[in-house]
Every structure is written in C-alpha cells, then in structure tokens.
Ligand binder design. Structure first.
Ligand code: HEC
Ligand code: HEC
Ligand code: HEC
Length: 84
C-alpha cells in the first residue's frame, strides 16, 4: 500500500539508509507516527482505480471544492484499519 500505491520513498520511513555507516532505527514506529503521517499525506488518488469508488471526492475535485484527499479522509485514522 505504502510503496506501490502510495509511492512513498523508503527513506521517508527508514531515513537516508544509503548514507548510514551502520543502520539504525530512524522513526519511532509509534502509533502517533503512523497517524500523523496519515493526517498530512495525500493519497495518490487521481489515476488509481482502487479509489474510483470515492465518487464524492472525485466530484468535489472536479468542481474545484477540494484540492486533495489525505489518508485520513479515506479512513486512515480508523482504529480497525490497523488493529483489525
Ligand atoms: C510517511 C507517511 C506514512 C506513514 C509514516 C505511515 N503511513 Fe500508512 N499510508 C500512507 C499513505 C500515503 C497511504 C495511502 C496510500 C495510497 O495512496 O494508496 C497509507 C495507507 C495505509 C493503509 C491502508 C488504508 C486503506 O485501507 O486504504 C494502512 C492500513 C496503513 N497505511 C497503515 C499504516 C501503519 C500501521 C503505519 C505505522 C506503522 C503507517 N501506515 C505509517 C502514509 C503513511
Ligand atoms: C510507510 C512507511 C514505510 C515505507 C514507505 C517503507 N517501510 Fe520498510 N518498514 C516499515 C515498518 C513500520 C517496518 C517494520 C519495522 C519493525 O517491525 O521494527 C518496516 C520493515 C522493513 C524491513 C525489515 C527490517 C527488519 O528488521 O526485519 C526492511 C528490510 C524494509 N522495511 C525495507 C524497506 C524498503 C526497501 C522500502 C522501500 C521500497 C521500505 N521499507 C518502505 C515502514 C516502511
Ligand atoms: C495508522 C495505524 C493505526 C491506527 C489508525 C490506530 N492505531 Fe493504535 N497503534 C498503531 C500502532 C503501530 C501501535 C503500536 C505502537 C507501538 O508499539 O509503539 C498502536 C498501539 C495502540 C495501543 C497501545 C497498545 C499497547 O500495547 O500499549 C492502543 C491502546 C491503540 N493503539 C488503540 C487505538 C485506537 C483506540 C485507535 C482508534 C482511535 C487506534 N489505535 C488507531 C497503529 C494504529
């Protein structure tokens, strides 16, 4: 989801690993880390058929009422997404 669909670079979560003499844990891997990024980061919405069911958002983008869709707009803050 993150790498293929979201096109998030490995380095955003793992740091500039190619410049590390010795690999270390870059992010704290806390729930806040996951959730804050979901609040701030846009979903790759436009050309992904997986998101075609979000007709309301597509309509709002077309009408200029919305500029982007954040992960939080598609349920990225819902407990069961991560905890089942
Ligand atoms: C650097 C930003 C970032 C971080 C950190 C991050 N995410 Fe995400 N996450 C995203 C983006 C962007 C998407 C949407 C990808 C797309 O465009 O399809 C996503 C999508 C997801 C989805 C799929 C939601 C759905 O049903 O469509 C899950 C589950 C998820 N993330 C879990 C996690 C968990 C668990 C963590 C922490 C361990 C985490 N994420 C950390 C950016 C992030
Ligand atoms: C959205 C954040 C995110 C992105 C993007 C991401 N990773 Fe990860 N990665 C994680 C998390 C979280 C773990 C699990 C860490 C843990 O269990 O301690 C992980 C684990 C790993 C591990 C296993 C480490 C171990 O201790 O066994 C490797 C290797 C890895 N990632 C490589 C990559 C590579 C290569 C990319 C890019 C193609 C990438 N990751 C992109 C978040 C991400
Ligand atoms: C984007 C993914 C994501 C979402 C959404 C999410 N969580 Fe979490 N949550 C995590 C991760 C990852 C951890 C583990 C953090 C750690 O080990 O430091 C965690 C840890 C927790 C813990 C602590 C468990 C322990 O052993 O201490 C609780 C409680 C919790 N979450 C409840 C919730 C509730 C309630 C919601 C909804 C309001 C929620 N979570 C939404 C990813 C998420």
């Amino acid at each position: 989801m993150h790498v293929v669909s979201g096109k998030i670079a490995c380095q955003r979560c793992h740091g500039n690993i190619e410049e590390m003499d010795e690999v270390y844990q870059f992010a704290d891997l806390s729930m806040g880390w996951c959730v804050n990024c979901h609040r701030e980061t846009k979903v790759q919405f436009a050309d992904n058929n997986y998101y075609s069911i979000f007709q309301k958002y597509h309509q709002e983008i077309k009408e200029g009422k919305r500029t982007d869709v954040k992960v939080s707009d598609i349920g990225g803050l819902e407990c069961q997404r991560c905890h089942y």
